[in-house]
Design a protein around this ligand. Structure first.
Ligand SMILES: Cc1cc2nc3c(=O)[nH]c(=O)nc-3n(C[C@H](O)[C@H](O)[C@H](O)COP(=O)(O)OP(=O)(O)OC[C@H]3O[C@@H](n4cnc5c(N)ncnc54)[C@H](O)[C@@H]3O)c2cc1C
Length: 469
């Protein structure tokens, strides 16, 4: 798996201009862009139905200065968005890469809406932690499954071939040029497909336990909540080819996955005024830092579990997410009119839970900051009916990866680009720095959309389609 084979290009026929490995958001956006630029495109996908981590996500994409924001009366700036990304990631990402993806992503959203009929709108009733404006864009169901369905439909309508049940195992290299890929089919058959340019859109290594243990040891025992087929093939190919990699320990975790139901509980439950307690009814961290770093905090508590506590007002906000509605249907959301009743449903000590909630109410009244550093100024009080969900911490996806340039070309360790090799989405190094705390909500789809579009256009041009590079 994930091998490189040297070939003689003279004897290797190109089956398409642009070959895309992986049919998640990054791959399908790259394919749509490449085809629009005049290239013949083939997408290969290991699964029978292309879903990827994208379908598991909430499908929310951050962008600034979009027309969706203007229509909702939201003032925002690309500079402010870039500053938020850099602040969350402690200044670790390359500022030029941050400025690039921030500049690109809004245009990709509007192009998908206008050209391919994806009805994006901006979430205007709550702000994600670390974002200085309301800039998360999603489809009506606010689900990644809808995003994938609509991207797949758009690709099919555009006549793009998606070859499913085809796992890319080998990249063919003719000297410096990547000229094709070898595919393994479920019946053991092997195909060889030539191309003039290739886009790695097969995400990161979250589905490869050895790579997780090597790069993110704090989450080696955590639930992996992303797509299991993302086994780090882009990283392994890149390393074998001499590509530059960066921030391999960077990742998106999440500290609020309903357990044992395995359903994402939106972090709006926290930002709107909720808290987390452990099985003893005691708080253990500043939840407001963000959901990503909360994964390791929850995993470190007894049994690796916690409870996310909120109320009926917050549940009404969370209900706009299909996942939350599914959690309610599955019985994951425990509700009660009194704290004693809630403690009973959670099976946590009533006195401890009452003391914790009493302390939180006092902090909110005083507008004070607690011992973990969470600022409760202006945060609404919780009121009956109360709600709680038993949760665990999970690894969602990895954020480190192959270093790419401003055309999404994969860079060598010596600083030169591979002319025909591109990477996007989780295959490329993101903008989150080297740890979980650097992940700002939406950074995942941000680079899937922005680098996906750049990679598609760049690959089409490298293949000789469209305008010269
Ligand atoms: C639960 C969850 C919630 C999330 N919520 C958000 C959110 O709201 N906003 C946000 O910005 N990000 C979110 N993310 C992160 C986001 O889902 C990812 O960053 C994004 O989907 C990455 O897109 P991608 O196209 O790179 O990868 P994917 O969507 O995972 O697609 C990669 C595809 O490549 C295929 N593949 C892999 N290897 C091979 C191979 N060798 N040959 C052929 N095919 C291969 C896989 O089967 C897969 O279909 C979330 C992630 C999870 C898990």
């Amino acid at each position: 798996m994930a091998e490189i084979e040297a070939v003689d290009g003279a004897g290797f026929e190109a089956g398409c201009d642009v070959l895309v490995i992986g049919a998640g958001a990054a791959g399908l956006i790259a394919a749509l862009k490449a085809q629009e630029a005049g290239a013949t495109v083939l997408v290969v996908e290991r699964d029978a139905v292309a879903r990827g981590s994208t379908a598991l996500s909430a499908g929310l994409v951050p962008a600034a200065e979009t027309r969706f924001q203007r229509e909702a009366g939201i003032a925002d700036s690309k500079a402010g968005f870039a500053a938020d990304i850099l602040a969350k990631a402690h200044g670790e990402p390359d500022p030029e890469a941050v400025a690039l993806v921030v500049d690109q992503v809004g245009g990709v959203l509007e192009w998908l809406a206008d050209r391919h009929g994806l009805p994006f709108s901006v979430i205007d009733n709550f702000t994600y932690p670390g974002h200085s404006a309301r800039r998360m864009h999603g489809l009506p169901s606010r689900s990644g499954a809808e995003l994938m369905d609509r991207l797949r439909t758009a690709a099919e309508a555009a006549g793009i071939d998606i070859v499913t049940e085809a796992t890319a195992t080998t990249l063919f290299a003719d000297g410096d040029r990547i000229v094709g890929a070898g595919l393994l089919r479920p019946d053991g058959a092997e195909d060889r497909i030539g191309c003039k340019a290739l886009v790695l859109a097969c995400n990161g290594y979250g589905g490869n336990p050895d790579l997780v243990a090597a790069h993110i040891p704090a989450l080696k025992d955590a639930l992996y909540f992303g797509h299991p087929g993302n086994r780090g093939d882009a990283l392994l190919w890149g390393e074998a080819l001499g590509a530059a990699t960066r921030h391999l320990s960077g990742h998106q975790g999440h500290g609020s996955v309903a357990h044992p139901h395995g359903i994402l509980i939106t972090w709006a439950t926290i930002t709107e005024g909720g808290i987390q307690v452990n099985r003893d009814g005691v708080r253990f961290a500043n939840e407001a830092r963000g959901y990503s770093e909360s994964a390791a905090a929850v995993i470190a508590e007894p049994d690796g579990i916690a409870f996310t506590i909120f109320d009926g007002r917050i549940a009404a906000i969370a209900r706009q997410f299909e996942d939350f509605r599914a959690a309610e249907t599955a019985g994951a959301v425990l509700t009660a009119d009194t704290i004693a009743g809630l403690a009973g449903r959670m099976h946590v000590p009533e006195a401890a839970l009452a003391a914790t909630l009493g302390e939180i109410a006092a902090l909110k009244t005083a507008g004070a900051t607690d011992r973990f550093g969470r600022d409760f100024a202006g945060v609404a009080q919780l009121a009956p009916p109360y709600a709680a969900v038993k949760v665990t911490g999970a690894l969602f996806h990895t954020q480190g990866g192959l270093v790419v340039d401003d055309r999404a070309r994969v860079m060598r360790r010596d600083g030169r680009p591979f002319e025909t090799l591109f990477a996007a989405g989780g295959a490329a190094c993101g903008v989150s720095g080297a740890d979980a705390g650097g992940y700002l909500s939406g950074n995942g789809l941000l680079t899937a959309f922005a680098y996906g579009a750049l990679a598609g256009l760049g690959a089409a041009r490298a293949a000789g389609a469209g305008a010269p590079a």
